[in-house]
Ligand binder design. Sequence first.
Ligand code: HEM
Length: 405
Amino acid sequence: MNSTTQTILLQDISNLRSKEAQWNPYPWYKEMREQYPVYYDAEQDVWNVFLYEHAKRVLFDHQLFSNKKERSFIPIPKLMDNRSNVNFCDPPQHRNRRALLAKAFTPRSLEEWEPRIQSIVDELLTEIEGQSTVDIVDKLAVPLPVTVIAELLGVPAKDRAQIKAWSDVIFLPYAKETFGDTEARKLQTMKEFHNYLYPIVVDKRKHPSDDIISDLTQAELEGERLTDEEVVGSAMGLLGAGNETTTTLISNMFYSMLFDKPGVYRELRADLSLVPKLIEEVLRYRFPSTNDRKIVQDTSVFGPDMKQGQMIMVWTGAANRDESQFPHAEQFDIHRAENQQHLAFGSGPHFCLGAPLARMEARIALASFVKRFADIGQTEKFDVLAHLTDSPMGQTLKSLPIRIV
Ligand code: HEM
């Protein structure tokens, strides 16, 4: 069982109450960086940090800032945690848990995956060829990550629509008025998802093949094999961690090319080596990520006195626009040097295990798209507010129609 007992709502600990503010949190981030970089929210009993240096310190210093927490903004019900949960724990325990999964994400494993991801991307792009306007979220950003993670885990790719629907509900953000209903819906969905995965796990334990679920059924943690329940929990965790996040990255890449830097598409087409640079800049510039930790002991490491047991929010999306780390931080610039220093994938011991996979998916998707299509353009009268949906990160794109030349 998870030790997390209380979910903190993002809108309660920020000024990000409207849809518009959640989609565009950057002015609020700037105000906080400049005026209240270490901010205590007394009502919620939560500290908030916004500067790059502070964010990095919290994520690195697990002795002072623990990931074993009772309160979190991550909107997942209690069931998700178990002995093998890689995220809600600290070193040294964390090391063994992470090692269980790390094998699937080594450069060698990813190399083996590259041709498969390429063919999934090619199939998706062939489907949109010949159309003058497409919804790039629906046609590429949603199906790619869920198909990849389903195959990686070893569950049938034909079930991807159902898997995506389950994962959407599990990660639905809570709202005060509907908290109970949302919780009940999530628990029901997790039960359904569990009942779907369980026989797959039992079968793979008997007949292992070349996929992550099979590997997990054979793996040992502290001298014991993982139980079927623990493997189910890890599989659900990976799906959750790798699905919506990568969809947001791919959607935002297209949004940035259309609205943050019109014309950059043609630059990429002239020089495909710029593709990874654009991806890193999107992660820095347009990825409103946050993390949280529990303060382990009284400290004044950032100035004010912070108390043991209090929660601390790390606004990594704000840190990624900190001028002291990124010159002209409020500009979208794919040519910046050292462009991997952003914190969109976290930092320190919990640095995103799936980052190389997410980067590879985004790179193959974008490079293949750019090679195939001469240019892209905005559709007429595009109103972003009509294309948003609730997500744990605030508002993210639910659809993005683009013109294809
Ligand atoms: C653009 C896409 C992604 C973003 C922005 C992202 C972001 C993050 C962040 C910020 C963390 C750190 C959490 C913390 O410090 O507590 C994290 C951890 C993690 N991510 Fe990702 N992620 C992405 C894609 C993926 C993918 C594709 C997978 C795997 C399929 C994945 C698996 C994980 C796992 C297992 C962890 C936990 C690592 C640990 O606690 O040691 N992520 N991710």
